[in-house]
Design a protein around this ligand. Structure first.
Ligand code: AP5
Length: 216
């Protein structure tokens, strides 16, 4: 399955919850690129300048990275993509690769959040560098003892967010009709408490993606 939505829609927040339910790996293109930047790999050096300004990393770089990742053994029973595809060429490359491997996508969840809520969500985001847990200073406050070690992403400035939102509408928007045409697009309201949003996603996915684990 794929999670799509504007920056700050809650894709990472929801993915962390959904992997417990569906027991499939969470593959975030943004997390993979940030890890490459941190490690200083060739891919990371190439991606860094694009990411800092809120621009998209070139398709050929990201497509290669993700197609390699989904061939790993832990993806044999399914996977959850977050942040990929986010252009029409990326969606087409994924489609070709999945057809070649005779793998069918079950669902593409589009988390819908209005632009005016995005800036507040993103500028208040902080994450734990050790566990990757995502917090928000107001909406999902961290425990007081963690506050000092939390970090803010380099692309979470108001200026970069404006660029990321514009790119989302111009570049990622066209993948929505692509998946709608395949009849696998599921629109989910991303406004509300995170638990409420999770319940909405499971409600649209339940019948199509595997089976939630007991107690979920
Ligand atoms: P990426 O890391 O994918 O960032 P993004 O898509 O901009 O999304 P975010 O991670 O900012 O937001 P999210 O939806 O995960 O929200 P979150 O759960 O954290 O990409 C970063 C960059 O990498 C791109 O700009 C690009 O340069 C590059 N890149 C990545 N993939 C690429 C690709 N395929 N092609 C080309 N370039 C690529 O939530 C945000 C905040 O809101 C948090 O503080 C959270 O606590 C809070 N929150 C979450 N849910 C709620 C809720 N329901 N109510 C209130 N607050 C909430």
């Amino acid at each position: 399955m794929i999670l799509v939505g504007p920056p700050g829609a809650g894709k990472g927040t929801q993915a962390a919850r959904l992997i417990d339910t569906y027991q499939i790996p969470h593959i975030s293109s943004g997390d993979m690129l940030r890890a490459a930047v941190k490690e200083g790999t060739a891919l990371g050096l190439q991606a860094d300048s694009y990411m800092k300004g809120g621009h998209l990393v070139p398709d050929d770089v990201v497509i290669g990275m993700i197609l390699e990742r989904i061939q790993k053994p832990d993806c044999a029973h399914g996977f959850m993509l977050d942040g990929f595809p986010r252009t029409r060429p990326q969606a087409e490359a994924l489609d070709t690769a999945l057809r070649g491997a005779q793998v069918e996508l079950d669902a593409v969840v589009l988390l819908e959040v209005p632009d005016q809520l995005i800036v507040d969500r993103i500028t208040g985001r902080r994450s734990d560098p050790d566990t990757g847990t995502i917090y928000h200073l107001t909406f999902s406050p961290p425990p007081a003892e963690l506050l000092a070690k939390l970090v803010q992403r380099k692309d979470d400035t108001a200026e970069a967010v404006a660029t990321r939102l514009a790119k989302y509408h111009s570049e990622t928007g066209p993948i929505v009709p692509f998946y709608d045409g395949m009849n696998i697009l599921r629109r989910v309201d991303g406004v509300g408490e995170p638990d409420v949003v999770t319940t909405r996603i499971i409600a649209v996915l339940g019948p199509v993606v595997g089976r939630p684990s007991p107690g979920a």
